[in-house]
Design a protein around this ligand. Structure first.
Ligand code: MSP
Length: 673
């Protein structure tokens, strides 16, 4: 038992929460919950990374003061996580005053130790990465950043440099003395060879923009955003917390995507060592997990926006999403988020395995033991009980080890194996046959054993599925899992017999989806780029219902409000519009929906409106329609795909369309209901 401090990266506010950032955040939350179960005192940190050129530009593009812009997007992150059952102990923002004060102090310590000097930097910068790139790293033609596939920028300006080169040897010594610092092993080797190949001094300030923390001794400079951002892991802790969570008996674990491992495994310890922290004051583990694809595709910005974790959580329940992300992706490796696989796994693991076990035993108890936990004399156990017990001991301890080794997918696999063993036990022991033979003691033993295993499973699933665990325990007549500091409640031992305790039959915990329901869900959830000729249906549509929505009928029948509510209607402000060359009916619009970036919407409005007439209009947009492709067109000599990310509402024939709009002062993005 000890202390466990787990962090996620702090997320850039040029994007909103998406499945990738939700993934790291959910894993971090689950890990810290596991540590709570074993009695550790825990602290979980997440937050937003708000300074730097990327954010300054994004704010400017939206005509907003950077702080106002950051306030807005940061709130989206802060509000998103509780909807996924994640509740960090602190949500840090790099614009928080205590963070700024800490970073300045850190800078001063490093400066006082002689590790900063002024110079001039000239080279390539990727604003997406907020990182300098060497010539060698760039992809040709076009000087592209290998990660963002976008051209890097040439920068030349005066800058402070951090003497990173000096720290090469101490870092290598540190890695050697702390073999678990970088995980998993394969990633560690990458970092080692990077450091062994030689480190160059690092440019750590900028002078050509101002959205950052000023350098204390020379406020013409703002600090490099990564210097600022990495410091959050320490600045987030107040004095008392620092003493508890960044201390020899506390484990400090940074969970990050492999894209940002180098910053965490090389720069961060170098900054700390340079500021005078001792090796034992450095974080214990930097764990780099893999990159998620969705249904086999790279998460491009438009796809990311289409796979909204909050929408998935609202549709399936947060726990189902959490379980799938934790179980389906081997932590540390790249993985694919596949919607169909999610439903299949849900049906198999949760519906048929755990869910069935629960409803079966509760159903049997309703019939055979008055709906109460029966008593049992363990002295009369037979070989089938021994077999179950063996599976129990093996899986419960293997699951614990898996969590300790940062392998949630394996931990959950062991919980499932245990449920499977319990299902097998019922099948073999046939309590219904024993009941027929009037063998009450045997019936009681079987049911009691299953209830005890289920109680253990409710604990084992809690880190991944806290709400479902509560619901499961309520059916078992038990209060929610209560973790307490200093008390290890991981069920290494089979929970005790709870003779006489009332059960509460509340129906299936994980109702399975039949084929039809699965197909319907997939239809709703899977983002797709529809292919269609522009001659087929233009994006602007008549406002009257045409019977394509859920639950509509051609007989003029009604729909439930919930069906209506699946259509996300929003106020959009047309920023600009342009004709699509060689496509008479189409206009390409840039529409602000209050998101980080305006959307491109392609609409069949050209016979009724000039582009100039549309700019500045408030329109009504179906915001959650799957992206739709209208072939391609040439703009400024470049051939581009015409993809529409939404649909405007309008009425009338295509040469005399009237746009649906809104009166008064509605803000872009406001929802219609
Ligand atoms: N602001 C920096 C981090 C500073 S930490 C001191 C940053 N922010 S980010 O918003 O780009 O977030 C990157 C992190 O989001 C990744 O390291 C990873 O944790 C998560 N992911 C983003 N996209 C992801 C996938 N497609 N797959 C898995 N994780 C993803 O970098």
């Amino acid at each position: 038992m000890g202390r466990f401090y787990a962090t996620t990266p702090i997320y850039y506010v040029n994007d909103v929460p998406h499945l990738g950032t939700a993934y790291t955040t959910i894993v971090t939350d689950a890990l810290r919950r596991f540590h709570q179960l074993i009695g550790d005192e825990t602290f979980m940190l997440t937050g937003t990374d708000e300074h730097g050129l990327k954010i300054e530009r994004e704010a400017k593009a939206q005509g907003l003061d950077p702080k106002v812009f950051c306030d807005r997007i940061s709130a989206r992150f802060r509000d998103a996580w509780p909807k996924l059952d994640v509740s960090p102990d602190r949500f840090i923002r790099t614009t928080d005053p205590d963070h700024e004060a800490f970073v300045k102090e850190l800078w001063k310590k490093i400066e006082a130790n002689g590790d900063l000097y002024e110079g001039e930097y000239e080279g390539w910068y990727c604003v997406g990465c907020e990182s300098l790139k060497t010539e060698k790293e760039l992809e040709q033609p076009g000087n592209l950043c290998p990660l963002h596939k976008a051209p890097v920028e040439r920068i030349k300006e005066s800058s402070y440099f951090f003497r990173l080169e000096k720290w090469q040897k101490p870092l290598l010594d540190f890695y050697a003395r702390h073999p678990n610092f970088i995980q998993p092993e394969s990633r560690k080797n990458e970092v080692l060879s990077f450091v062994q190949s030689g480190l160059k001094d690092l440019s750590v300030s900028r002078t050509t923009f101002s959205w950052g923390i000023p350098v204390p001794s020379n406020p013409k400079h703002v600090m490099y955003v990564w210097f600022d951002a990495l410091s959050n892991y320490r600045s987030a802790l107040g004095n008392g917390e620092l003493a508890r969570f960044w201390a020899p008996n506390a484990k400090v674990v940074h969970l990050v995507g492999k894209d940002i491992l180098r910053f965490h495994a090389v720069f961060w310890p170098a900054f700390l060592l340079s500021a005078g922290y001792r090796e034992e004051e450095l974080p214990d583990v930097v764990y780099a997990h893999g990159v998620l694809t969705v249904d086999g595709q790279k998460m491009s910005k438009s796809l990311r926006n289409a796979v909204d974790p909050l929408k998935l959580a609202a549709e399936l329940g947060p726990d189902v999403l959490r379980y799938h992300l934790l179980r389906a992706i081997a932590f540390g490796q790249d993985g694919d988020f596949d919607h169909a696989a999610l439903l299949e796994r849900y049906n198999a693991d949760l519906g048929k395995n755990v869910g069935n076990l629960l409803s079966r035993v509760i159903g049997l108890c309703t019939k055979m033991t008055n709906g109460k936990h029966p008593d049992d004399d363990v002295a009369t156990d037979g070989p089938l009980e021994a077999e179950l017990f063996e599976a129990y001991e093996q899986n419960v301890s293997a699951a614990r080890d898996a969590w300790l080794n940062l392998a949630p997918h394996l931990a959950l696999d062991h919980a499932m194996k245990l449920a499977n063993a319990a299902n097998l036990y019922v099948a073999k022991t046939e309590p219904w046959a024993e009941a027929k033979n009037g063998n009450t003691a045997r019936v009681n033993k079987i049911l009691s054993r299953m209830l005890r295993v289920l109680e253990a499973i409710s604990v084992m699933l809690w880190p991944a599925m806290p709400l479902k665990s509560d619901a499961m325990r309520a059916q078992l007549g038990l209060p929610p899992v209560r973790a307490g500091v200093g008390v290890d409640i991981w069920p290494l031992k089979l929970p005790s017999i709870r003779a006489g305790l009332e059960l509460a039959n509340a129906g299936p915990l994980f109702p399975t989806y039949d084929e039809k329901a699965q197909a319907e869900l997939l239809e709703r959830l899977v983002p797709k780029i529809e292919k269609s000729e522009e001659t087929a249906k233009p994006s602007a549509k008549t406002g009257t219902g045409t019977g394509t929505g859920p639950g509509t009928g051609t007989d003029g029948g009604t729909i439930a409000y919930d069906d209506f509510a699946t259509v996300d209607l929003r106020v959009g402000l047309v920023i600009s519009a342009e004709k699509v060359p060689k496509k008479d009916k189409l206009l390409r619009l840039t529409v602000d929906l209050g998101e980080t970036e305006p959307r491109t919407i392609v609409a069949g409005l050209a016979l009724s409106f000039t582009p100039e007439a549309l700019a500045g209009k408030k329109v009504i947009v179906v915001a959650n329609l799957a992206p739709r492709e209208f072939g391609s067109a040439e703009f400024d000599g470049k051939k581009v795909k015409l993809v529409s990310h939404g649909m405007l509402l309008a009425s009338g024939p295509s040469e005399d369309l009237r746009l649906a709009t809104i009166d008064g002062d509605a803000a872009p993005g406001a929802r219609l209901k």
